[in-house]
Design a protein. Structure first.
Length: 184
C-alpha cells in the first residue's frame, strides 16, 4: 500500500508539474471529450456535414443582374464647374508658373502660383525661393489620372526629374493642393 501511495505521490508531484505532464493531461482530457461526444451523438452518415459540397456556386444575386462587387472598376470622371478650367489646363498653367522666368522675383513667382494653388499650398510656398525650385525643360506629355471626381494626380516629366501635382476641386474649381519633385 505504501508503494502505491509513493507512486501516486511521485506521479502527482513530478510528472504533472512538468510541461510534458501537463501536455499529456490536456491531451487525455481533449480526447476524452471528443470520444464522449462521438459516443453520445452517434455515428452519422458520411454524406452529411461539411463533406457534402454544393454542385454549383452559392449566389445571392441573380446572374443577370449587374456587377455586385465592392470595388468600382470604372475610372472616375473629374467634375469641373461650368466655365472653370479643366484639371489638365490648371496643371499646365501651374507648371508654367512653377518654371517661372529668368530673373523673376520671388514676389512675382508667388503671385503667379497663388491663383492656381489652394490656400494651404500657397501658404506652404511663401518661404520658397524660386531659384531653389527644381525645374528644367519639360520632356514629355503630362499625364493626368483621376482618383475621384474631386481629386486628380498630374505627372509632368522634366529632363531632370518629374513634377507630381495633386489637384483638388471640392467646389468644381481645380486647384493644386500638393507638389512633389522626383529626381532622376
Amino acid at each position: 500500500m505504501i508503494a502505491v501511495r509513493r507512486t501516486i505521490e511521485q506521479f502527482l508531484t513530478r510528472v504533472l508539474r512538468s510541461r510534458v505532464g501537463i501536455a499529456l493531461a490536456l491531451a487525455v482530457v481533449v480526447f476524452g471529450i471528443i470520444g464522449t461526444t462521438r459516443l453520445v451523438a452517434g455515428a452519422e452518415e458520411p454524406g452529411n456535414g461539411l463533406s457534402n459540397r454544393p454542385e454549383q456556386p452559392i449566389t445571392t444575386v441573380h446572374p443577370t443582374v449587374g456587377d455586385d462587387g465592392l470595388i468600382d472598376t470604372r475610372s472616375p470622371t473629374p467634375v469641373t464647374r461650368p466655365g472653370a478650367a479643366a484639371p489638365e489646363q490648371v496643371a499646365a498653367q501651374f507648371v508654367t508658373a512653377w518654371r517661372g522666368e529668368p530673373g523673376m522675383t520671388a514676389e512675382r513667382w508667388h503671385a503667379g502660383l497663388r491663383p492656381l494653388a489652394t490656400p494651404v499650398l500657397a501658404e506652404q510656398l511663401v518661404d520658397v525661393d524660386p531659384a531653389d525650385v527644381p525645374t528644367g525643360e519639360v520632356a514629355g506629355t503630362p499625364t493626368v489620372r483621376a482618383r475621384s471626381e474631386t481629386v486628380v494626380e498630374a505627372r509632368v516629366p522634366f529632363d531632370t526629374g518629374q513634377l507630381r501635382l495633386e489637384l483638388v476641386a471640392p467646389d468644381g474649381q481645380w486647384r493644386v493642393d500638393a507638389v512633389d519633385w522626383e529626381q532622376k
